[in-house]
Ligand binder design. Structure first.
Ligand code: SF4
Length: 272
């Protein structure tokens, strides 16, 4: 674990995050020990380590909470995305509570907040999240198959733990987004779509595993692309997922259009 003194904890949004309607990003950590094999963040300039080392290190912004207390007034009422290059609920957060401290600092200023995570630890902070007037927790659940999850996200939490977290947050009155992003190989598209439909998420987002040719979709590793081809040789999984959503009338968003702040709900795709 490395400790660093950050210059800022709330950074003006750029690129697709800004296009999505966010004003600020907030990353309590650099690096992510969930270490997903496809993670786009390893390609971003914030990663100054070899890509092969992604998932084996993280840096803590030791002054994150102090900075958040100082900077929070400037994000009042604005859209904040937490986090863009790390997971705010990776394991170290349990002890360090930087994400929780930042939320406490933001609360009086009521930004429009989106939390993006694979970490069920987010339920620990349900008491604070429920006090934001405009908030959504996006839980990434990109497959229905635990073996696929272990192959692509070996150090991330099991899928059922994420579903349980989603249920917990929803029952606490906190809007939940379900992110099938990037969509990994799926065992049973119809059953997965049915489960997603039955949950009643505020937003459902699906994103093709590797979609750079159409201009959306971050870089991913050749290793991950090769794995996806082995599990889904025909490459038809994404279209099967969309068809299953349409069959059930699920109002889903594809890729970029699904990542928008609460209060600026875009037009989704549904049966028709
Ligand atoms: S949890 Fe998110 S930030 Fe962390 S490795 Fe996986 S995709 Fe990357």
């Amino acid at each position: 674990m490395e400790l660093a003194q950050a210059r800022s904890i709330l950074t003006a949004a750029t690129g697709f995050i800004k296009r999505g309607g966010f004003d600020w990003t907030c990353n309590p950590y650099v690096g992510c020990t969930f270490g997903c094999r496809y993670c786009y963040a390893m390609f971003l300039p914030q990663n100054r380590r070899p890509r092969e080392d992604w998932g084996r290190w993280f840096q803590v912004k030791a002054n994150a909470v102090e900075l958040a207390r100082r900077q929070a007034p400037r994000v009042a009422g604005q859209a904040v995305y937490m986090s863009s290059v790390t997971d705010p609920y990776q394991p170290v957060e349990r002890a360090l509570k930087l994400t929780r401290g930042i939320l406490e600092a933001l609360l009086p200023h009521q930004p429009r907040l989106v939390i993006q995570t694979r970490g069920p630890l987010v339920t620990r902070d349900a008491d604070i999240l429920a006090r934001f007037g405009s908030v959504r927790v996006n839980l990434s659940i990109p497959t229905d198959d635990e073996e696929i999850r272990k192959a692509f996200e070996p150090k991330a939490p099991p899928l059922e733990a994420r579903w349980e977290a989603a249920r917990h947050l929803k029952s606490a009155g906190i809007p939940v987004g379900l992110c099938l992003t990037p969509l990994l190989p799926v065992a049973d598209h119809a059953a997965f779509a049915d489960r997603v439909a039955g949950f009643g998420a505020q937003v459902v987002v699906v994103q093709e595993f590797h979609d750079a040719p159409r201009g959306w979709g971050a870089d991913t590793t050749d290793e991950a692309v090769g794995m996806a081809r082995r599990f889904d040789p025909s490459g038809s999984g994404y279209l099967l997922m969309l068809r299953s959503f349409k069959d059930l009338g699920v109002d889903y968003h594809e890729g970029e259009s699904g990542f928008f702040p609460p209060g600026s709900l875009g037009q989704g795709n549904s049966a028709g």
